[in-house]
Design a protein around this ligand. Structure first.
Ligand code: DOR
Ligand code: ZN
Length: 365
């Protein structure tokens, strides 16, 4: 197996466990960036046509820090959905050092808010209002632990001396594991895990701790950032890790363990902001995400486990019913377009131009 196959469909492992087509319960995306304004209108259809629900990240500018702001954002998302879309955005609040416990209690009462997101301050895109020390957010953590609303964690330390490839492991050791121990009823989603240490931690943790895994972290290792030159469109945070980490994530995702479920972290940025002196982190995968997960699961001979990961385990963790409708993935090789849009405002599509084995039927790009 090549580490980053240029053509995933020709990947020898991808034939194992494949079948002509696969029908699964309509999936959900438990970690998604939809942005706002014109960008929102461009990216929401790709998700709304494929996924039943999505947990929508609150890192707008200004950040979505209140229930009121989350409900207003939800309205804008619904207005941007294609007609007849069967899609429910699940909103999140952005935790700051100033968030009062009363806002957590209000969020828990809202049927439209599904979680509270913590960004360590300065860890990633639009995190400058994030939390300076999660362990110090005592009243908020107590409120979360008592109301059952999950804490969604971007798990990376921001200590400047910490190597960028060690930031997730160090945050887990120094902060997240301690918070999880200290609040025995706190529910946590360790978002977009990227390391074998994170996968092992979640596997061993109680059922109140879960993790999402992105398609890029299942298909690529960090060589993809440097393949023949610098590849800004493969830069996301947490950054891609080693092959041994990718294999540990693939094993976790395909294990059937309900603690691991789908979260694309699809994060659109326009071409000018990616191909720049200081390019933004984020990979736009929404139009190809389910197909990309299918490639990954097929490479592990585990297509029969895709449905649990994509359509069941996340809903079970969030206490929501599985979607009633189904989607069909046909074995029908195709190549996604390279770009959404044109010129400087185009968005690079993950796996654009590569040949993929599976295609979601009846879902336009
Ligand atoms: O790659 C990323 N992009 N990681 C994040 O944590 C944020 C996201 C974004 O909003 O662009
Ligand atoms: Zn994200």
């Amino acid at each position: 197996m090549t580490e980053n196959p240029p053509d995933a469909a020709e990947h020898p492992g991808a034939t194992r466990g494949s079948s002509a087509s696969l029908e699964i319960t309509r999936p959900d995306d438990w970690h998604l960036h939809l942005r706002d304004g014109a960008l929102l209108e461009r990216v929401v259809p790709a998700t709304a046509r494929r996924f039943g629900r999505a947990i929508v990240m609150p890192n707008l500018v200004p950040a979505v820090t209140t229930v009121e702001a989350a409900l207003a954002y939800r309205g804008r998302i619904l207005a941007a959905c294609p007609e007849n879309a069967d899609f429910e955005p699940l909103m999140t609040l952005y935790l700051t050092d100033e968030t009062p416990a009363s806002e957590i209690e209000a969020a828990a009462k809202s049927p439209h808010v599904a979680g509270i997101k913590v960004y360590p301050r300065g860890a990633t895109t639009h995190s400058s209002e994030g939390v300076s020390d999660l362990a110090a957010c005592v009243s908020v953590l107590e409120a979360l632990a008592s109301c059952g609303l999950p804490l969604l964690v971007h798990g990376e330390t921001t200590a400047p001396e910490c190597d960028v490839f060690d930031r997730e492991r160090v945050y887990l050791e120094e902060t997240l594991s301690k918070v999880i121990d200290r609040y025995p009823t706190l529910r946590v989603v360790f978002e977009h895990i990227t390391t074998r240490e994170a996968a092992a931690f979640v596997r061993e943790a109680p059922a109140r701790v879960a993790a999402t895994i992105t398609p890029q972290h299942l298909l690529l290792n960090r060589n993809a950032i440097f393949e023949g030159g610098l590849r800004p469109h493969h830069y996301c945070l947490p950054v891609l890790k080693r092959e041994r980490d990718r294999l540990a994530l693939l094993a976790a995702a395909t294990s059937g363990d309900p603690s691991f479920f789908l979260g694309t972290d699809s994060a659109p940025h326009t071409r000018d902001s990616k191909e720049s002196d200081c390019g933004c982190a984020g990979i736009y995968s929404a139009p190809v995400a389910l197909e990309a997960y299918a490639e990954a699961f097929a490479s592990a001979g585990a297509l029969d486990r895709l449905e649990g990961f994509a359509s069941c385990f996340g809903a079970d963790f969030y206490g929501l019913p599985h979607n009633a409708s189904r989607v069909r993935l046909a074995e029908q090789p195709w190549s996604p377009p390279d770009w959404n849009g044109e010129g400087e405002s185009a968005i690079r599509v993950f796996l654009g131009g590569q040949r993929l084995r599976y295609r979601v039927e009846d879902a336009r790009l």
